[in-house]
Design a protein around this ligand. Structure first.
Ligand code: UDX
Length: 438
């Protein structure tokens, strides 16, 4: 079967490469010539473990191609996956212009029946509206079915998630489209991935609800970490999270306190769900509260630094970790970047290091007051304080003695609780964790 993927962002690229690996013939297209040219040259625009390998393998086998020639790709395929960007617009809802444009292009190029699969995260009701638009074609024009098939890929483990998903959600009113989708994902069905067949509206809502639930869980544990801080050293959020997680109704995942969640999905989707629900006259107060808590959580990190350093102006602060989470170079809505911006405004000099996100962070933060370093020990040189913002594995194994020797000061703010507080104290640090102390 031939499929076309529109959009070679992180979702489109992983989906396209993954589908090719499942044995389909995939044409990945994009309106950006330059991006397609560099993909044709074998360059992968994002840092995603395992992706380069499956792209290379499937190109060699002739199952994966990159192209800007969309009409040709559409004519050659039965199914078109729409994975274009839906960044939030000024009203907090996704900007759907690229989705509408994509669907119009499909309608113009199609020479026969096509199944249009919406991968991009879009508000409830969008798939149905797109289907209505496609139905308003002149008599005799090709027929279309629309499917909502949300992605649940985690950045940093997207390839693994593609091949071992927790579930595949297929929202469509067409039996024919549902059967084709099942056929596409058959290899995953054979390894017992649960399939959820439902309406487009439920499928669209599942995506928002999943991310909002995760957001609630994180904001919940972050507030409890703040409470532990208020109670003092006798309360430890880690012990609390561990004990909470042992109850299977709660579960241990997503109970790690920190500076708040970031990235391209959780903040955007939870804000959007609040707006979507409000538009239906049905406020989602729990999600709204999770968003609000998250917007302020990073301030705790600034406060801990201020507490440790006395005052912030003219202090040198080393920031370790800039990506919104480990194993990615993505800095979208990264709390680390937000922390850098505020510290710089307060007059701090920053020395920063991230194993993957240096270039992307530099584009956001520029040069002013920033020292970009090539490794962690360089970043902490003569620093008054060090703050860990992303839980990269290589940070967990840093030599604390060496770190201390390189620094001028003794303040260690562990915004991701990745260090052993007692060990930090032993090496002479004043340790500030989130909801736990030395
Ligand atoms: C997320 C969802 O997990 C995925 O299912 C969805 O489809 C897209 O969004 P991703 O963006 O890769 O995936 O991020 P994720 O790993 O889920 O983490 C999001 C944020 O939450 C990060 O900033 C992370 O640091 C933070 N987080 C996560 C916490 O602060 N505490 C936790 O316990 C877990």
């Amino acid at each position: 079967m031939h499929v076309t993927v529109m959009g070679t962002g992180y979702v489109g690229l992983v989906t396209g490469a993954g589908l090719a690996d499942l044995g389909l013939t995939v044409s990945c297209t994009d309106v950006n010539d330059e991006k397609i040219r560099s993909l044709q040259d074998g360059q992968i625009p994002i840092y995603e473990p395992g992706l380069e390998e499956i792209i290379r393998r499937n190109r060699e086998r002739g199952r994966l191609a990159f192209s800007t020639r969309l009409p040709e790709a559409i004519r050659n395929c039965l199914v078109v996956f729409v994975a274009v960007g839906t960044e939030a617009g000024p009203d907090g809802l996704p900007d759907l212009r690229q989705v509408w444009a994509a669907v119009d292009m499909i309608a113009e190029s199609a020479d026969g029946y096509k199944i249009v699969v919406i991968k991009s995260t879009v508000p409830v009701g969008t798939a149905r509206r797109l289907a209505d638009r496609l139905r308003q074609r002149p008599p005799g024009a090709p027929q279309f079915d629309v499917v909502s098939n949300p992605e649940f890929l985690r950045e940093g483990s997207a390839v693994e998630d593609f091949f071992h998903p927790n579930r595949i959600v297929i929202g469509t009113l067409s039996d024919r489209a549902a059967a084709v989708m099942k056929d596409i994902y058959r290899p995953l069905y054979l390894i017992q991935t649960p399939f959820v067949f439902t309406t487009p509206e439920s499928a669209e809502l599942i995506k928002y609800a999943a991310n909002s639930y995760l957001a609630i869980k994180i904001s919940f544990i972050n507030e409890l970490a703040n409470l532990c801080d208020a109670i003092g050293p006798s309360a430890d959020v880690h012990v609390l999270a561990h004990a909470l997680g042992l109850d299977p109704r709660i579960g241990s995942k997503f109970l790690h306190p920190g500076p708040g969640f970031g990235g391209s999905c959780l903040p955007k989707d939870s804000r959007a769900l609040v707006r979507i629900a409000a538009a239906y006259g049905c406020p989602l107060r729990t999600v709204g509260a999770a968003v609000e808590v998250n917007e302020r959580q990073f301030e705790r990190v600034i406060e801990k630094l201020r507490q440790g350093l006395g005052s912030l102006p003219a202090k040198t602060v080393a920031v370790l970790g800039l990506a919104f989470k480990p194993n990615t170079d993505d800095v979208r809505e990264s709390r680390a970047v937000r922390i850098c911006e505020v510290l710089r405004r307060e007059g701090c000099l920053l020395q920063v290091f991230d194993p993957a996100a240096m270039a992307s962070a530099r584009r956001l933060l520029g040069e002013d007051g920033m020292g970009y370093c090539s490794e962690a020990y360089e970043a902490v040189k003569n620093a008054d304080a060090t703050v860990f913002c992303t839980e990269w594995n290589e940070f967990r194994n840093l030599d604390l003695q060496r770190l201390k020797q390189h620094m001028r000061g003794d303040v260690l703010v562990d915004a991701k609780n990745i260090l052993d507080p007692a060990a930090a104290k032993r090496w002479g640090f004043r340790y500030f964790g989130m909801g736990r102390s030395a």
